[in-house]
Ligand binder design. Structure first.
Ligand code: IYR
Length: 223
């Protein structure tokens, strides 16, 4: 998997667009992504597995520290496993909502979240994102991984963009704590669960919080 040192090849995949097309494409993509919304209301309508596979392939194109690709995605569609995840997540969340600091609970208020997570059973797929904290050689020795958080964060962002592009909705869910995913999904000790990406079609009556995204001037400085 690790290429030999100094093994380079010409950049043939790159495509340059005429300036006007570049601008149009960048604006069209921004408009497309502006339509992306997180919802907690999913339909149980099935989604072809090949779509999820392609979206995970997109996630796998993310850049990563030293190209170590320190991610693993577990796609759960088995109703029994979804039920187990829901039970464990709700148990963890009940404790969270009962003991979280008031400031945190106040920040969550506009989202209307609580410990009840029916979507973990309704949605056709739960994609559990794992980070390889370190690599393991065939002999079981540890190999250091670099910028794991950043790499997995970028890959997950790609995944969310791909799911939206495919015409699905997604919810990033971070049960707190979520170490139960390691045992439930039988992942090796070098992996740490990062989040659950719940995905499928939205429910016919899906709702989303009224949110205002920060304008460009607030999120960017040009100098
Ligand atoms: N993990 C909890 C709480 C939660 C925390 C944040 I920060 C959110 O943006 C949303 C929810 C839950 O899933 O309910």
């Amino acid at each position: 998997m690790t290429p030999p040192r100094n093994s380079f090849e010409p950049l043939t995949a790159y495509r340059e667009y005429p300036a006007a097309e570049m601008l149009a494409r960048s604006r069209a993509f921004a408009a497309e992504m502006q339509r992306r919304r997180t919802t907690r209301h999913f339909s149980d309508r099935p989604v072809e597995r090949a779509v999820i596979e392609a979206c995970i392939e997109t996630a796998g194109t993310a850049p990563s520290g030293a190209h170590q690709q320190p991610w693993h995605f577990v796609v759960v569609s088995d109703p029994v496993v979804k039920r187990q995840i829901r039970d464990a997540a709700e148990q963890a969340e009940e404790e969270f909502y009962a003991s979280a600091p008031a400031e945190w609970l106040a920040a969550l208020e506009p989202l209307g979240t609580d410990a009840v997570k029916p979507y973990l059973e309704t949605a056709p797929y739960l994609i559990a994102v794992f980070a390889e904290r370190y690599g393991l050689t065939d002999g079981g020795a540890r190999r250091a991984h670099y910028y794991v958080q950043e790499s997995v964060g970028i890959a997950t962002g790609f995944l969310l963009a791909a799911l939206h592009n495919a015409g699905l909705v997604a919810l990033t869910h971070t049960p707190n704590p979520m170490d139960f995913l390691t045992t439930l999904l039988e992942r090796p000790r070098n992996e740490r669960p990062v989040m659950l990406v719940v995905t499928g079609y939205p429910a016919a009556d899906a709702m989303v919080p009224r949110l205002i995204r920060k304008p460009l001037a607030e999120i960017a400085t040009f100098r």
